[in-house]
Design a protein around this ligand. Sequence first.
Ligand SMILES: [Fe+2]
Length: 325
Amino acid sequence: MKFFKILTFVLCIVFFSCKKNTLVEVVDVPSVPIEAVEVEGGSSKVSEVKANEGSFKMIGLAYEYKDLEPYFDAATTEIHYSRHHLGYVNNLNKLIIDKKYEVMSLSDIFRNLNASDTDIRNNAGGYYNHNFFWENISPKGGAEPEGDIMGAIIRDFGSFDAFRSQFVTISAQYFGSGWSWLISDKTGKLRIITTPNNDNPLMRTLNINGIPLLNLDLWEHAYYLKFQNKRREYANTFFSIINWKNVSKKYDEIPNKIEIKVIDSAVSLGSDSLVKPKKEVITVKKPEITPKKVEVKTEEKPKPEDKKEVPEKKYPGKEEESEFE
Ligand SMILES: [Fe+2]
């Protein structure tokens, strides 16, 4: 009996000893007030993104990253511009050091590239294509184009809606990473094409011979954060921010022509971006629109039902295409 009393006493000591330790541990954990922690992100400004020393520079954007919302999200735009785009120009500057390309303009680089110049091709293309992409979108963009380019779109695609539908579908269905483009081909006809990786219509190796007017980045880094795998939605959203004024200006600078000998005019990246930009004469033959002659008798006023009107249609439709050949 005495033994059980002693055992009970010992067990009680052990129990309270353990309980005490547990309480001490709980009490000793400090209660730290949770403070708001500001996560850095979206911190860089467009103007702060600078290329390393070299032939080519970042030419900036006409808007801040957040300005493209709700269409393109600020995080994607920032990563896209300040990392991917910046990476291409820095790589390019490094790759061309002490090479023949170091003193060339971008258009000359594209003309002289060999198929084996893969690194320079990828990074020069990435640099040019992104510059072209950024300047053709705007927070104030969207709607439909006006002027000659609208006439050309109607002439070559039937309607703006038909063009948009084709552009979105081609962009959505393209396999892998690349770019979709609206170009003016060597006959002056507008076409939608795609190029793999960072290739573009200015590269002689592609043998496309077209002047780019509009492009869309089909790499996942351009849309995956917001659109995931819905590239069609991304391409459709793109039409809400296309800077048609800029696209139209590009088109006006390259009026319909029979033969395109030089494509430098398409490389309008700003004075800082090109080294010794080369200007050459473009052979231009713009089709002339000759209004139909209408005979009006002077002896007597024509009756209203006899009156004929001079057609004022500025752009030829498909049905009038033969008049401009
Ligand atoms: Fe990109």
